[in-house]
Design a protein around this ligand. Structure first.
Ligand code: IPM
Ligand code: MN
Length: 353
Protein backbone atom coordinates (compact mmCIF):
# COMPACT_ATOMS: atom_id res chain seq x y z
CA UNK A 1 0.00 0.00 0.00
CA UNK A 2 0.95 3.64 -0.36
CA UNK A 3 0.92 5.95 2.63
CA UNK A 4 2.13 9.39 3.54
CA UNK A 5 3.51 9.83 7.03
CA UNK A 6 4.12 13.27 8.52
CA UNK A 7 7.20 13.18 10.74
CA UNK A 8 7.51 15.81 13.47
CA UNK A 9 10.79 15.07 15.28
CA UNK A 10 10.46 18.01 17.70
CA UNK A 11 13.05 18.76 20.37
CA UNK A 12 15.66 17.10 22.59
CA UNK A 13 15.87 13.37 21.91
CA UNK A 14 12.87 13.64 19.56
CA UNK A 15 14.94 13.67 16.33
CA UNK A 16 17.10 10.72 17.53
CA UNK A 17 14.18 8.45 18.33
CA UNK A 18 12.00 9.37 15.35
CA UNK A 19 14.80 8.75 12.86
CA UNK A 20 15.15 5.20 14.21
CA UNK A 21 11.41 4.60 13.98
CA UNK A 22 11.46 5.87 10.39
CA UNK A 23 14.25 3.40 9.59
CA UNK A 24 12.09 0.60 11.00
CA UNK A 25 9.11 1.75 8.90
CA UNK A 26 11.34 1.88 5.81
CA UNK A 27 12.39 -1.69 6.41
CA UNK A 28 8.76 -2.73 6.89
CA UNK A 29 7.94 -1.04 3.58
CA UNK A 30 10.66 -2.86 1.68
CA UNK A 31 9.99 -6.27 3.32
CA UNK A 32 6.23 -6.16 2.85
CA UNK A 33 6.11 -4.28 -0.46
CA UNK A 34 4.66 -0.94 0.67
CA UNK A 35 5.50 2.58 -0.35
CA UNK A 36 5.75 5.04 2.52
CA UNK A 37 6.53 8.70 1.94
CA UNK A 38 7.90 10.63 4.93
CA UNK A 39 7.29 14.37 5.09
CA UNK A 40 9.14 16.12 7.88
CA UNK A 41 7.90 19.33 9.47
CA UNK A 42 8.96 21.51 12.42
CA UNK A 43 6.99 21.42 15.66
CA UNK A 44 7.70 22.45 19.25
CA UNK A 45 10.65 24.56 20.41
CA UNK A 46 12.48 24.23 17.12
CA UNK A 47 9.45 25.73 15.36
CA UNK A 48 9.34 28.59 17.88
CA UNK A 49 12.99 29.34 17.08
CA UNK A 50 12.38 29.33 13.35
CA UNK A 51 8.86 30.71 13.02
CA UNK A 52 7.91 32.09 16.43
CA UNK A 53 5.09 29.53 16.48
CA UNK A 54 5.23 26.05 18.06
CA UNK A 55 3.02 24.66 15.32
CA UNK A 56 3.15 26.76 12.14
CA UNK A 57 0.31 26.53 9.59
CA UNK A 58 2.65 24.79 7.14
CA UNK A 59 3.16 21.98 9.68
CA UNK A 60 -0.60 21.56 10.05
CA UNK A 61 -0.83 21.43 6.26
CA UNK A 62 1.81 18.69 6.03
CA UNK A 63 -0.16 16.72 8.63
CA UNK A 64 -3.46 17.26 6.85
CA UNK A 65 -1.99 15.72 3.72
CA UNK A 66 -0.74 12.63 5.54
CA UNK A 67 -2.37 9.36 6.60
CA UNK A 68 -0.75 9.61 10.01
CA UNK A 69 1.70 11.63 12.09
CA UNK A 70 4.80 10.25 13.78
CA UNK A 71 6.03 12.57 16.50
CA UNK A 72 9.12 12.59 18.72
CA UNK A 73 8.88 14.92 21.70
CA UNK A 74 8.64 18.62 22.39
CA UNK A 75 10.02 21.04 24.96
CA UNK A 76 13.26 21.87 26.71
CA UNK A 77 14.86 24.30 29.16
CA UNK A 78 15.40 26.85 26.41
CA UNK A 79 11.65 27.38 26.06
CA UNK A 80 10.48 26.68 29.59
CA UNK A 81 10.41 30.23 30.92
CA UNK A 82 7.01 30.33 32.63
CA UNK A 83 6.40 33.89 31.39
CA UNK A 84 7.09 33.04 27.72
CA UNK A 85 4.14 33.88 25.47
CA UNK A 86 4.61 30.74 23.34
CA UNK A 87 5.48 27.29 24.60
CA UNK A 88 6.48 24.13 22.71
CA UNK A 89 3.72 22.09 24.40
CA UNK A 90 1.05 24.37 22.93
CA UNK A 91 1.89 23.05 19.46
CA UNK A 92 1.28 19.49 20.54
CA UNK A 93 -2.01 20.36 22.23
CA UNK A 94 -3.08 22.32 19.16
CA UNK A 95 -2.43 19.36 16.85
CA UNK A 96 -4.37 17.00 19.11
CA UNK A 97 -7.28 19.44 19.16
CA UNK A 98 -7.12 20.39 15.48
CA UNK A 99 -7.48 16.76 14.39
CA UNK A 100 -9.94 15.94 17.22
CA UNK A 101 -7.73 13.11 18.45
CA UNK A 102 -9.80 12.49 21.54
CA UNK A 103 -8.68 8.95 22.39
CA UNK A 104 -5.10 8.38 23.48
CA UNK A 105 -4.21 4.69 23.64
CA UNK A 106 -1.24 3.77 25.79
CA UNK A 107 -0.53 0.05 26.03
CA UNK A 108 1.66 -1.04 28.95
CA UNK A 109 3.30 -4.45 29.03
CA UNK A 110 5.87 -5.89 31.37
CA UNK A 111 8.57 -7.56 29.29
CA UNK A 112 9.85 -10.79 30.86
CA UNK A 113 13.35 -9.88 29.62
CA UNK A 114 13.23 -6.75 31.78
CA UNK A 115 11.56 -8.20 34.87
CA UNK A 116 14.82 -8.24 36.80
CA UNK A 117 15.44 -4.59 35.97
CA UNK A 118 12.11 -3.13 37.09
CA UNK A 119 11.89 -1.71 40.62
CA UNK A 120 8.90 -3.95 41.36
CA UNK A 121 9.27 -7.59 42.41
CA UNK A 122 9.24 -9.84 39.31
CA UNK A 123 6.26 -11.89 40.57
CA UNK A 124 4.10 -8.74 40.70
CA UNK A 125 4.88 -8.08 37.05
CA UNK A 126 3.75 -11.44 35.78
CA UNK A 127 0.93 -11.05 33.27
CA UNK A 128 0.98 -7.24 33.29
CA UNK A 129 -0.71 -6.20 30.05
CA UNK A 130 -2.96 -3.16 30.20
CA UNK A 131 -4.23 -0.48 27.90
CA UNK A 132 -4.79 3.07 29.02
CA UNK A 133 -7.45 4.96 27.13
CA UNK A 134 -6.82 8.57 28.04
CA UNK A 135 -9.27 11.31 27.03
CA UNK A 136 -7.09 13.75 25.09
CA UNK A 137 -8.98 16.82 23.89
CA UNK A 138 -10.99 17.86 26.92
CA UNK A 139 -10.81 18.23 30.67
CA UNK A 140 -8.51 20.56 32.52
CA UNK A 141 -6.07 20.72 29.59
CA UNK A 142 -8.61 22.63 27.53
CA UNK A 143 -11.03 24.16 30.05
CA UNK A 144 -11.13 27.90 30.75
CA UNK A 145 -7.88 29.07 32.32
CA UNK A 146 -6.56 32.43 33.32
CA UNK A 147 -3.87 34.23 35.22
CA UNK A 148 -5.27 37.20 37.08
CA UNK A 149 -4.12 40.24 38.94
CA UNK A 150 -0.37 40.68 39.27
CA UNK A 151 0.13 36.98 38.82
CA UNK A 152 -1.11 36.25 42.34
CA UNK A 153 -4.11 34.26 41.16
CA UNK A 154 -4.62 31.68 38.44
CA UNK A 155 -7.12 28.99 37.62
CA UNK A 156 -7.68 26.02 35.34
CA UNK A 157 -11.03 24.37 34.87
CA UNK A 158 -11.84 20.68 34.61
CA UNK A 159 -14.78 20.63 32.24
CA UNK A 160 -16.36 17.61 30.56
CA UNK A 161 -19.49 17.21 28.50
CA UNK A 162 -21.51 13.99 28.17
CA UNK A 163 -20.65 13.53 24.44
CA UNK A 164 -16.93 13.93 25.19
CA UNK A 165 -17.05 11.20 27.81
CA UNK A 166 -19.34 8.99 25.71
CA UNK A 167 -17.08 8.83 22.68
CA UNK A 168 -13.92 8.01 24.58
CA UNK A 169 -15.76 5.48 26.76
CA UNK A 170 -16.98 3.76 23.59
CA UNK A 171 -13.38 3.44 22.38
CA UNK A 172 -12.39 1.94 25.73
CA UNK A 173 -15.29 -0.54 25.89
CA UNK A 174 -14.64 -1.66 22.30
CA UNK A 175 -10.97 -2.15 23.13
CA UNK A 176 -11.94 -4.20 26.19
CA UNK A 177 -14.20 -6.40 24.04
CA UNK A 178 -11.15 -7.33 21.97
CA UNK A 179 -9.11 -8.05 25.11
CA UNK A 180 -9.95 -9.57 28.50
CA UNK A 181 -13.31 -7.79 28.70
CA UNK A 182 -12.55 -5.82 31.84
CA UNK A 183 -12.61 -2.10 32.20
CA UNK A 184 -11.54 0.17 35.04
CA UNK A 185 -12.90 3.68 34.86
CA UNK A 186 -10.73 6.07 36.83
CA UNK A 187 -12.32 9.16 38.37
CA UNK A 188 -12.55 11.37 41.44
CA UNK A 189 -16.32 11.23 41.75
CA UNK A 190 -16.13 11.68 45.52
CA UNK A 191 -14.91 15.25 45.08
CA UNK A 192 -15.38 16.62 41.57
CA UNK A 193 -18.64 17.36 39.77
CA UNK A 194 -17.01 16.75 36.37
CA UNK A 195 -16.00 13.31 37.59
CA UNK A 196 -19.53 12.50 38.75
CA UNK A 197 -20.67 13.32 35.21
CA UNK A 198 -17.82 11.08 34.01
CA UNK A 199 -18.94 8.12 36.12
CA UNK A 200 -22.63 8.56 35.30
CA UNK A 201 -21.83 8.67 31.58
CA UNK A 202 -19.56 5.62 31.68
CA UNK A 203 -22.30 3.67 33.49
CA UNK A 204 -24.77 4.66 30.75
CA UNK A 205 -22.40 3.74 27.88
CA UNK A 206 -21.75 0.41 29.63
CA UNK A 207 -25.38 -0.61 28.85
CA UNK A 208 -24.26 -1.16 25.24
CA UNK A 209 -21.28 -3.25 26.30
CA UNK A 210 -22.78 -5.58 28.86
CA UNK A 211 -20.20 -8.30 28.11
CA UNK A 212 -17.50 -6.07 29.58
CA UNK A 213 -17.01 -6.11 33.33
CA UNK A 214 -16.83 -2.53 34.61
CA UNK A 215 -15.26 -1.27 37.84
CA UNK A 216 -14.91 2.33 39.05
CA UNK A 217 -11.74 3.22 40.92
CA UNK A 218 -10.87 6.56 42.45
CA UNK A 219 -7.67 7.96 41.01
CA UNK A 220 -5.72 8.00 44.26
CA UNK A 221 -6.50 4.36 44.95
CA UNK A 222 -5.74 3.54 41.32
CA UNK A 223 -2.26 5.01 41.69
CA UNK A 224 -1.67 2.53 44.50
CA UNK A 225 -3.28 -0.50 42.80
CA UNK A 226 -1.05 0.03 39.75
CA UNK A 227 1.86 -0.87 42.00
CA UNK A 228 0.18 -3.49 44.20
CA UNK A 229 -1.96 -5.41 41.68
CA UNK A 230 -0.89 -4.29 38.19
CA UNK A 231 -1.73 -7.60 36.53
CA UNK A 232 -5.40 -7.22 37.49
CA UNK A 233 -5.94 -4.36 35.02
CA UNK A 234 -7.07 -4.79 31.44
CA UNK A 235 -8.38 -1.48 30.02
CA UNK A 236 -8.15 1.70 32.09
CA UNK A 237 -10.24 4.67 31.04
CA UNK A 238 -9.13 8.02 32.42
CA UNK A 239 -9.53 11.75 31.95
CA UNK A 240 -6.87 13.80 30.20
CA UNK A 241 -4.87 14.68 33.30
CA UNK A 242 -5.39 11.51 35.32
CA UNK A 243 -4.43 9.45 32.26
CA UNK A 244 -1.32 11.57 31.79
CA UNK A 245 -0.16 10.99 35.35
CA UNK A 246 -1.12 7.33 35.72
CA UNK A 247 0.48 6.28 32.43
CA UNK A 248 3.83 7.74 33.48
CA UNK A 249 3.48 5.82 36.74
CA UNK A 250 2.61 2.63 34.85
CA UNK A 251 5.75 2.95 32.72
CA UNK A 252 7.64 1.70 35.76
CA UNK A 253 5.98 -1.66 35.10
CA UNK A 254 7.46 -1.76 31.60
CA UNK A 255 10.94 -1.07 32.93
CA UNK A 256 11.32 2.51 31.70
CA UNK A 257 9.43 5.53 30.48
CA UNK A 258 11.36 5.02 27.24
CA UNK A 259 9.45 1.81 26.50
CA UNK A 260 5.93 3.12 26.08
CA UNK A 261 4.22 4.05 22.82
CA UNK A 262 0.96 5.85 22.24
CA UNK A 263 -1.67 6.31 19.57
CA UNK A 264 -3.98 9.31 19.51
CA UNK A 265 -7.08 8.65 17.48
CA UNK A 266 -10.22 10.45 16.44
CA UNK A 267 -13.26 9.02 14.74
CA UNK A 268 -11.45 7.92 11.55
CA UNK A 269 -8.18 6.12 10.87
CA UNK A 270 -6.01 9.25 10.98
CA UNK A 271 -3.81 9.27 14.04
CA UNK A 272 -0.87 10.79 15.85
CA UNK A 273 1.77 8.41 17.18
CA UNK A 274 4.32 9.37 19.78
CA UNK A 275 6.24 7.86 22.68
CA UNK A 276 4.80 8.88 26.05
CA UNK A 277 8.16 10.21 27.25
CA UNK A 278 9.34 13.79 26.94
CA UNK A 279 12.28 15.40 25.14
CA UNK A 280 14.83 14.40 27.84
CA UNK A 281 17.11 17.42 27.21
CA UNK A 282 19.64 16.06 29.73
CA UNK A 283 20.60 13.19 27.42
CA UNK A 284 19.82 14.78 24.05
CA UNK A 285 22.43 14.33 21.34
CA UNK A 286 24.36 11.66 23.27
CA UNK A 287 22.94 8.58 21.54
CA UNK A 288 21.61 7.39 24.89
CA UNK A 289 17.88 7.63 24.24
CA UNK A 290 15.74 4.51 24.16
CA UNK A 291 13.96 4.43 20.77
CA UNK A 292 11.57 1.63 21.83
CA UNK A 293 8.61 3.90 22.67
CA UNK A 294 8.81 5.52 19.25
CA UNK A 295 9.42 2.26 17.36
CA UNK A 296 6.40 0.72 19.11
CA UNK A 297 4.44 3.88 18.25
CA UNK A 298 5.32 3.21 14.62
CA UNK A 299 3.86 -0.28 15.10
CA UNK A 300 0.62 1.27 16.39
CA UNK A 301 0.64 3.55 13.32
CA UNK A 302 0.80 0.50 11.08
CA UNK A 303 -2.06 -1.11 13.01
CA UNK A 304 -4.52 1.73 13.51
CA UNK A 305 -3.94 4.18 10.65
CA UNK A 306 -2.80 1.81 7.90
CA UNK A 307 -4.63 -1.36 8.94
CA UNK A 308 -1.40 -3.39 8.62
CA UNK A 309 -1.81 -5.77 11.55
CA UNK A 310 0.76 -8.35 10.38
CA UNK A 311 3.37 -5.65 9.93
CA UNK A 312 2.54 -4.13 13.33
CA UNK A 313 2.98 -7.49 15.02
CA UNK A 314 6.26 -8.05 13.17
CA UNK A 315 7.66 -4.82 14.61
CA UNK A 316 6.42 -5.64 18.13
CA UNK A 317 7.92 -9.13 17.92
CA UNK A 318 11.22 -7.69 16.68
CA UNK A 319 11.39 -5.37 19.70
CA UNK A 320 10.70 -8.28 22.03
CA UNK A 321 13.36 -10.44 20.35
CA UNK A 322 15.91 -7.63 20.51
CA UNK A 323 15.26 -7.38 24.27
CA UNK A 324 15.47 -11.14 24.68
CA UNK A 325 18.79 -11.18 22.83
CA UNK A 326 20.09 -8.78 25.48
CA UNK A 327 20.00 -5.46 23.62
CA UNK A 328 19.70 -2.69 26.20
CA UNK A 329 19.79 1.08 26.06
CA UNK A 330 21.16 2.91 29.12
CA UNK A 331 17.76 3.29 30.84
CA UNK A 332 17.10 -0.47 30.87
CA UNK A 333 20.63 -1.76 31.33
CA UNK A 334 21.70 -3.10 34.71
CA UNK A 335 23.91 -0.67 36.60
CA UNK A 336 27.52 -0.78 35.52
CA UNK A 337 26.84 -2.86 32.42
CA UNK A 338 27.74 -1.57 28.97
CA UNK A 339 24.75 -0.58 26.92
CA UNK A 340 23.74 -0.02 23.32
CA UNK A 341 23.43 3.39 21.74
CA UNK A 342 20.11 4.48 20.29
CA UNK A 343 21.24 3.40 16.82
CA UNK A 344 22.70 0.08 17.97
CA UNK A 345 19.49 -0.80 19.76
CA UNK A 346 17.44 0.03 16.66
CA UNK A 347 19.83 -2.11 14.61
CA UNK A 348 19.09 -5.02 16.94
CA UNK A 349 15.38 -4.49 16.31
CA UNK A 350 15.95 -4.34 12.53
CA UNK A 351 18.00 -7.53 12.69
CA UNK A 352 14.97 -9.28 14.20
CA UNK A 353 12.43 -7.87 11.78
C1 IPM B 1 2.20 13.55 27.20
C2 IPM B 1 2.94 14.81 27.59
C3 IPM B 1 2.11 16.03 27.18
C4 IPM B 1 0.80 15.97 27.96
C5 IPM B 1 2.80 17.37 27.37
C6 IPM B 1 4.13 17.43 26.66
C7 IPM B 1 1.91 18.50 26.92
O1 IPM B 1 3.23 14.81 28.94
O2 IPM B 1 1.93 13.38 26.00
O3 IPM B 1 1.90 12.75 28.07
O4 IPM B 1 0.73 16.40 29.11
O5 IPM B 1 -0.17 15.47 27.39
MN1 MN C 1 2.70 12.95 29.96
Amino acid sequence: MRAIIAVLPGDGIGPEVTSQAVTVLQQVASRFGHEFTFNEAPMGGIAIDRFGDSCPPETIRVCEQANAILLGAVGGPKWSDPTAPVRPEQGLLRIRKHFELFANLRPVKAYPALAQHAPLRPELLQGVDMLFVRELTGGIYFGPQQEQGDGDRAYDTELYTVPEVERVAQVAFRAAQGRRKMMTSVDKANVMASMRLWRRTVVKVHEDYADVQLEHVLVDACAMYLMTRPASFDVLLASNMFGDILSDEASVLAGSLGMLPSASLGSGTFGLYEPIHGSAPDIAGQGKANPTGTILSAALLLRYSLGLETEAQAVEAAVEKALESGARTADIAPRGRTYSSTTEFAQAVLANL
